[in-house]
Design a binder for this molecule. Structure first.
Ligand SMILES: [Zn+2]
Length: 81
């Protein structure tokens, strides 16, 4: 027997945190970026299909987050972390 009513608390959608505001969103609501490979491309590349390999960074659709994300730089793995 299955309940057909909506119950948001029982969902198991993959969620990710916005790297700017740290709020959690459904993965599909976020924009994904990956770190570009190669020294000539150190920026973050938008991954519209969410299929690219590598460390992904997610940002939500909030205007402020998108604005701040332009200045966001992923930390390098130089030290423990
Ligand atoms: Zn955000």
């Amino acid at each position: 027997m299955y309940l057909t009513g909506k119950d948001s608390t029982e969902k198991h959608e993959p969620t990710r945190s916005c790297v700017i505001c740290r709020q959690r969103f459904a993965k599909e609501e976020l924009f994904r970026f990956v770190v570009g490979k190669g020294a000539s491309d150190s920026g973050l590349i938008p991954d519209e299909k969410k299929v690219m390999q590598g460390r992904g960074y997610y940002v939500c659709g909030n205007e402020k987050c998108l604005e701040r994300f332009k200045f966001f730089r992923p930390r390098k793995k130089n030290f423990r972390g």
